[in-house]
Design a protein around this ligand. Structure first.
Ligand code: KG4
Ligand code: ZN
Length: 335
């Protein structure tokens, strides 16, 4: 079995082919970061139009590199949500049309299921059940993944997602968009400082998190002008890391999950990876991260999720083009 994956949920056009035996055959990614940077955030209409420009050239490259012809594919998987509706529709329409033309099934994939399966692209040893810490630009969730499609939400951010907090804080510090990686690079240049920012909701039981207060705390510190930007960046990163590590530790204990998976764009963050690794080791729990390039949005994780769905018996639901801007992961089994 061999599945083509198409990802267009936000500002990255990702195309890839994954083979059931040989693994990842080819993948391409085009990031629209430069297009949106001048606006300080993603402009949905520009994103949709740019996906239209990029999909087919990237697709040709991927087919060529994999040495696969369209009709030889087992399915075309596309991100059907959650995400920007217009962006989703471009990928979904192209996927549906290609599948129709090639006479193969089209499969609607949940973006977050793609993220949480991404470590499997490099490590076949991972198997259900596991606990997922999903930390992206739009989501911060602790999920008990019992089986493919069987996901229980244990806790989540009640306001900003972790990636969103990174991006907004980076903006406050005058860094570009998206600010997460830039903020992290800046933090690396700071000596361990005397600035300590609050660890939101750590003093309360439960697995929910909150990051908007942290952003406000940063704003206050920035306005006082007492600390250098790199010291603030480091203090912010430490506060986010401590919060996520502690909530994840509690979720492991509460769920009894034997394995930890960390996924989503913020999973590329080095101090967070180190903190989670140390905590998991202390708990005797193996931890899996996708390689950094597959933490952020990409087509490979969508191809893989499509492949897993196909192996589990998924069939083409017909000629409908599916796109949902909002789509809770917990509704996946029923969809
Ligand atoms: O998963 P993703 O590519 O897109 C969504 O589905 O949201 O995640 C993007 C987010 C952005 O907020 C970005 O700033 C953040 O991940 N990010 C990072 C790092 N790399 C990406 N945040 C902190 N440190 C990083 N190294
Ligand atoms: Zn994503």
């Amino acid at each position: 079995m061999r599945v083509l994956g198409i990802e267009t949920s936000c500002d990255e056009t990702g195309i890839a082919i994954v083979d059931a035996e040989a693994g990842l055959l080819a993948h391409r990614l085009y990031s629209q970061v430069d297009l949106h940077a001048v606006y300080g955030g993603v402009v949905p209409e520009l994103a949709s139009r740019d996906h239209i420009r990029r999909i087919l050239p990237l697709l040709r490259e991927v087919l060529d590199e994999a040495g696969v012809r369209g009709p030889e594919l087992s399915a075309v998987a596309y991100t059907a949500g959650p995400g920007l509706l217009g962006a989703l529709l471009t990928g979904a329409s192209v996927a549906r049309a290609l599948a129709y033309g090639w006479g193969v099934p089209a499969l609607a994939v949940h973006h977050l299921e793609g993220h949480l399966l991404a470590p499997l692209l490099d490590d076949g040893a991972l198997d259900f059940p596991f606990l997922v810490l999903l930390v992206s630009g739009g989501h911060t969730q602790l999920i008990h993944a019992r089986a493919l499609g069987d996901y229980e939400l244990l806790g989540e951010s009640i306001d900003d997602a972790a990636g969103e907090a990174f991006d907004k804080t980076a903006k406050l510090l005058g860094l570009g968009y998206p600010g997460g990686p830039a903020l992290s690079r800046l933090a690396e240049t700071a000596a361990s400082g005397d600035l300590r920012l609050p660890r939101p909701m750590l003093d309360r039981p439960g697995l929910d998190m909150s990051f908007s207060g942290l952003k406000t705390a940063v704003l206050t510190v920035v306005q006082k002008g007492q600390y250098a930007p790199e010291v603030i960046a480091r203090a912010f990163e430490e506060a986010v890391t401590d919060t996520l590590v502690e909530k994840t530790r509690r979720a492991l204990a509460a769920s009894g999950a034997p394995v930890l998976v960390v996924a989503g764009g913020v999973a590329a963050n080095r101090p967070l990876r180190a903190g989670l690794r140390a905590m998991a080791e202390a708990q005797g729990v193996p931890v899996f991260f996708p390689r950094p390039a597959f933490c952020t949005d990409n087509g490979a994780m969508i191809a893989l999720a499509g492949l897993r769905r196909l192996q589990a018996g998924a069939v083409d639901p017909g000629l409908a083009i599916r796109a949902r801007a909002r789509w809770p992961l917990t509704e996946l089994a029923e969809s």
